[in-house]
Design a protein around this ligand. Structure first.
Ligand code: BGC
Length: 421
């Protein structure tokens, strides 16, 4: 695509990176950190059975088979080194950052507010603003205070009021310098892995539990939306949904096309449809194209990321068109990226992604921003530390040294060019 097409990006487009509190702050105590401690050894022992099929197994096996890999621990010390990380954001020419506010820090015990944690995030937001980086605050990214999880978490309808009380606290204390808020990250992924497949805490395997949690998250979002709007009507509020570019393996096969429709409806739209009114923008995370043969996912065998995920960055284009035609609201790509320790594919991924966005924007899609996952290498949940999603590498063995990857340097130049067109 020639350089002329740069003109299609809106002038105030947000070029950002995305992150979550638990995955990089360090020092968190929540239901997830408790679970890590209990399971680290077992995950190390099971690694061979679970992931030795991965293309880079030989390179990751030492890490994947050691229990420390499964402990978030000190994270990448972002909690104390955030100013240094914000300087890196500037160096990368980004003008927005999506970050998490960790509920378990703000309310470590039920009803007890930790003022120094609140002050920390106040300062954090101020530091972003002072560098002209637009803060996109994310209020729930799967982690919960231990006491909330013990009370049954989002499975119990009456527990929603604990969450909205936390949101009210945010509304009272932290929204002054904020315009953009994301309430929930990927409710569909969390519900599936924590309550249906049962691989994440609290490891339930029940469709019944799953549908309860899913519905309760809808209510939690809706109520949070109004709490926040009452506090500051100018706030722009949305969700970071997980949307896939779902396609039929055999485009003319009735079973495949039916499965595709069904999957698109339940995976992509079901949740968002139920909070249509309570979203000022549609935020979504894009990682996958999924091809369905019947109800089986049957993706091409290459190219694969380090996580073994089939990579089709251009799938963002049809997904943007479909999302726009469904909702006709401003769109943010709130996460997008790949695990690529050697930085072999990241530049290609970014180039294809930019083209996909340009095409969508040129056709009238109101796309307002793009956030790459992630700024820094971070703790990849059940997989631990070996997957490397960062624009910036972090050497956890060497004082958490940050090194900008070549693809990120390229990205920074590309963004500059777009801004200067
Ligand atoms: C999540 C992130 C995660 C990323 C890569 C997204 O589904 O929101 O927390 O690190 O995918 O797996």
């Amino acid at each position: 695509m020639n350089e002329d097409s740069n003109k299609y990006f809106p002038k105030h487009f947000f070029w950002g990176a995305s992150s979550s509190a638990h995955q990089l702050e360090g020092g968190n105590t929540n239901q997830w950190s408790e679970w890590e401690r209990v399971h680290a050894k077992e995950f190390a022992q099971l690694a061979h059975t679970r992931i030795s099929w991965l293309p880079k197994w030989d390179e990751i096996k030492d890490q994947a088979q050691s229990p420390e890999n499964y402990i978030s621990g000190e994270g990448v010390e972002h909690f104390s080194r955030y100013k240094e990380d914000f300087e890196i954001i500037r160096e990368l020419k980004l003008n927005a950052f999506r970050f998490g506010i960790e509920w378990s820090r703000i309310e470590p015990e039920e009803g007890q507010w930790n003022e120094s944690a609140i002050e920390h995030y106040r300062e954090y937001i101020r530091e972003l603003r002072s560098r002209r980086i637009e803060p996109f605050a994310n209020l729930w990214h799967w982690t919960e205070p231990v006491w909330f999880a013990r009370l049954g978490g989002f499975k119990k309808r009456k527990n929603i009021s604990y969450f909205t009380r936390f949101i009210q606290k945010i509304a009272d204390e932290l929204v002054e310098d904020l315009t953009y808020i994301i309430t929930l990250n990927e409710p569909n992924v969390y519900t599936t892995f924590s309550y249906i497949v049962g691989e994440w805490p609290p490891e339930e395997k029940s469709l019944w539990a799953g549908q309860k949690v899913y519905r309760n998250l809808i209510k939690a979002h809706r109520e949070s939306y109004y709490v926040l709007k009452r506090a500051k009507p100018q706030l722009q509020i949305g969700i970071a949904a997980q949307l896939a570019n779902i396609q039929s393996k055999r485009p003319h096969n009735l079973i495949d096309t039916t499965a595709t429709k069904w999957m698109r409806y339940y995976w992509n739209w079901w949740f968002l449809n139920r909070c249509r009114k309570e979203q000022d923008f549609i935020g979504f995370n894009y990682y996958f194209s999924d091809y369905y043969r019947g109800f089986w996912r049957d993706n091409p065998k290459v190219p694969l990321s380090d996580m073994g995920w089939y990579m089709e960055p251009e799938g963002l284009y049809p997904l943007l068109l479909r999302t726009w035609s469904h909702y006709k609201k401003p769109i943010f790509v709130t996460e997008n990226g790949l695990a690529d320790a050697k930085d072999e594919y990241r530049r290609w991924w970014l180039e294809e992604t930019i083209v996909a966005m340009q095409k969508a924007v040129s056709e009238g899609v109101d796309l307002r921003g793009y956030f790459h996952w992630s700024l820094l290498d971070n703790f990849e949940w059940k997989y631990g530390w070996w997957p490397k999603f960062g624009l910036v590498a972090v050497d956890r063995k060497n004082n958490m040294k940050r090194t900008i990857r070549p693809s990120a340097k390229w990205f920074a130049k590309r963004i500059e060019k777009i801004h200067h067109e």
